[in-house]
Design a protein around this ligand. Structure first.
Ligand SMILES: [Zn+2]
Ligand SMILES: [Zn+2]
Length: 338
């Protein structure tokens, strides 16, 4: 079965041959993968700085942002049926399960023993068929099929927003999003839905398609200048300079959430953090609740904006997608046709 994978022996990306998935056992379903999104994580994986193949293998199938249809159901699966559309969550519990994994929050795993589809010790979805536990899947309403491939990146955004609102001691009224890539745009759109004033700060020129999209959504944009002080700052650029500068953009009691991960350590302004009651936190991955919030928000964001988020390509066009990020925020590969 054709898959797009990382070859850890030759340190290259290539189409690999994966064994057909096993028939679904108790509590499992067989998925036909319809679409897979590509993001900065996939591009970073191709540099082999992180990513681990499944135990005993030297290749890892990529793909962690998927939309799939259930084609076979194992015994004991009651909540999902053949023909249902789903998006998979990415992280699977550590073993023996830690307290977070036992409670269904493996996004908050207390160990490094978890696996992640397409990233860490488990093959991803850039292939035709996959067997998965039913409880790792979130059902998608058919009205959302055109955009549901955005549910995984949006689920991380939902976790970031939930974390920020929970950490803020009062009522947050303003937000700043750093970065106008797919995660930055999704963050701005989701924050706007919560009636919080949002400004995006990034480096794209005014005529860039992603900036036009923000303008169309009625979201303020500033290019490479200091934005107004904000109760919430979401760092979605991964840029070291932005992470340092953004500490100064927080209003008193402000919360900064790192979604992008700058590769270097940045200084912490301890005195300001204390006298202004600031919080800085990071998030990774998402729980079922965040996927469900993501699907709810996808139904609320204007379809003409979501259409502008996605550039669809065929299975074989992966070289272009992994080489660089296109101006359209999200590249999505059609894996199989319904
Ligand atoms: Zn991703
Ligand atoms: Zn765990």
């Amino acid at each position: 079965m054709r898959a797009l994978g990382l070859d850890f022996e030759r340190r290259t990306v290539r189409e690999i041959d994966l064994a057909e998935p096993r028939r679904p056992g108790a509590g499992e379903v067989l998925l036909r993968i319809h679409e897979v999104g590509v993001c900065a994580t996939d591009r970073e994986l191709t540099h082999f700085r992180f990513g681990i193949p499944p135990e005993g293998e030297s290749v890892l199938a990529l793909g962690h942002e998927a939309l799939a249809e259930i084609v076979e159901v194992g015994s004991g699966v009651e909540e999902l049926s053949v023909g249902d559309w789903v998006v998979p969550s990415i992280r699977r519990p550590c073993s023996p399960a830690c307290v977070s994994c036992r409670e269904g929050r493996c996004d908050l795993c207390r160990t490094d023993g978890y696996t992640e589809r397409g990233i860490t010790r488990a093959h991803g979805y850039f292939t035709g068929f996959v067997t998965d536990p039913a409880d790792a899947l979130i059902r998608v309403p058919t009205t959302l099929l055109d955009f549901a491939v955005l549910a995984e990146p949006l689920s991380v955004v939902e976790k970031a927003i939930e974390t920020a609102l929970r950490a803020h001691p009062g009522e947050a009224r303003s937000a700043c999003v750093i970065g106008a890539g797919p995660v930055g745009l999704l963050t701005a759109l989701a924050v706007q839905l919560r009636a919080i004033d949002v400004t995006v700060v990034s480096l794209e020129p005014e005529e860039h398609p992603r900036v036009s999209m923000l303008r169309q959504a009625g979201i303020s944009y500033v290019r490479n200048t200091t934005p107004p002080p904000a109760d919430l700052v979401f760092e979605a650029s991964g840029a070291e300079s932005a992470a340092i500068a953004a500490m100064d953009w927080l209003s008193p009691c402000g919360v900064m959430v790192l979604i992008g991960a700058p590769e270097v350590s940045v200084p912490v302004p301890c005195v300001r953090m204390v006298i202004h009651n600031l919080t800085v936190t990071g998030v990774v991955n998402a729980s079922r609740m965040h996927f469900e919030l993501a699907l709810e928000d996808l139904a609320r964001i204007r379809p003409n904006l979501l259409e502008k988020m996605i550039l669809r390509r065929g299975f074989g066009d992966w070289r272009e997608s992994l080489a660089s990020a296109p101006p359209v925020p999200k590249v999505v590969h059609r894996i199989t046709s319904p």
